[in-house]
Ligand binder design. Structure first.
Ligand code: SF4
Length: 372
């Protein structure tokens, strides 16, 4: 393999075909490069663009992000998923503003010392924003390299070494970006468009006739499925009870209607999967998590919401519980940072989890009943 020919072909193709994306505008701003790399993790470009532009409208600089509240940051991230990314961005911006005079470190090591920045993101920021000679290996690059070099089960160390050995003397950032672009637009997972690929003549997987077989896919694991019971508790003043999830866990810092897991995946509990929860489950949930005593007669089923995460699925059985009087303060929440009674306007301003946003919309769209 002629490695300089590899880089030359790739860069020529990139210069001609690269997409015009908001974070690619010159001159490259390190804050924008960082933000786009974080937003693009596990998320499609088309989804990211409006979030990226809204974010910059609200937090145009790293200092503005550092000065924001975590609640505002999570609200702006709402719907993008993988909320640890937003929490880490915020925490890292505060460190950079406080300890580095507002300037992101220029080295891979310095960047990796910040929350949420791993080797890939550090390599991308260092090469794209600061011209550092460093590789950046994301899922797209892994796939392209595995195919061009005919590697069925490469280790991460092998691929990092390969990516480093291919870097041209200049334009390391453009080279990294070109490899990612090729993987995102041409050398796609299931249907690579080899006819349009600048690396076709040197690609072992293409020569072998079955490029999509590279790299070999790991055996699929069974996805765990959780059943969750959720109570939309509404008080006599029309306010809904919301709990803020613990800041350091899954969906940390986001708000939800109070919920509990009904059945752990693969548990040997007696309940049939999909069986309706009983009213005792519901009143227990509300008492346990909020200290609030409600009667089974105050509850009615509201619906079912299904949601899939990367590693598990969740089915939420949702009940509406109406209280006749205004709710009192609930000072001892179990498993939440805090509990609040929120008006419709307040709930709109809070960062709800995606499935809780759907529950909220379901609640607001329900047909009027005798209770209303
Ligand atoms: S020739 Fe085909 S398989 Fe090889 S890198 Fe190009 S698109 Fe991917």
């Amino acid at each position: 393999m002629n490695r300089s020919a590899f880089a030359a072909r790739l860069l020529r193709w990139f210069d001609r075909h690269k997409r015009d994306l908001p974070w690619r505008r010159e001159p490259r701003d390190p804050y924008r490069v960082w933000l786009s790399e974080v937003m693009l993790q596990q998320t499609q470009v088309a989804t990211v663009i409006p979030y990226f532009e809204r974010w910059l409208g609200r937090f145009p600089t790293l200092e503005a992000l550092a000065a924001a509240s975590l609640d505002d940051v999570l609200k702006l991230w709402e719907g993008l998923g993988y909320y640890a990314r937003a929490r880490n961005l915020h925490a890292a911006a505060q460190i950079v503003a406080r300890d580095y005079g507002g300037q992101l470190p220029h080295t891979v090591e310095g960047l990796m010392a910040l929350p949420g920045i791993g080797r890939y993101t550090a390599g991308a920021i260092a090469s794209l924003a600061f011209g550092v000679h460093a590789p950046a290996l994301d899922g797209n690059v892994r796939r392209v390299l595995s195919r061009v070099f005919g590697l069925s089960r490469p280790t991460a160390a092998e691929l990092w070494a390969l990516a480093e050995s291919l870097l041209p003397r200049s334009r390391a950032g453009a080279f990294n970006e070109a490899l990612m672009e090729l993987g995102a637009t041409i050398c796609t997972p299931h249907a690579p468009q080899c006819a349009a690929c600048p690396l076709r003549a040197m690609c072992e997987a293409h020569a072998g006739g079955d490029p999509a077989a590279y790299p070999a896919r790991p055996a699929k694991q069974k996805t765990p499925h959780y059943e969750v019971l959720t109570a939309v508790v509404v008080d006599g003043a029309g306010r809904a009870l919301l709990g803020q999830r613990p800041r350091d866990g899954l969906l940390g810092g986001l708000w939800e209607f109070i919920s509990t897991e009904l059945r752990a995946p693969d548990s040997d509990a007696q309940r049939r999967p999909g069986a309706a929860p009983c009213s005792t489950d519901l009143t227990d949930l509300i008492l346990r998590r909020s200290g609030l005593k409600v009667k089974p007669s105050q509850a009615q089923p509201l619906g079912v919401v299904k949601h899939a995460f990367t590693h598990f699925k969740m089915t939420r059985q949702v009940w509406l519980v109406r209280l006749p009087t205004p709710g009192r303060a609930l000072p001892r929440p179990q498993g939440y940072e805090q509990l609040i009674w929120a008006t419709a306007e307040e709930a709109e301003q809070l960062a709800l989890t995606r499935s809780d946003r759907r529950i909220w919309e379901m609640y607001r769209a329900r047909p009027p009943s005798l209770f209303d």
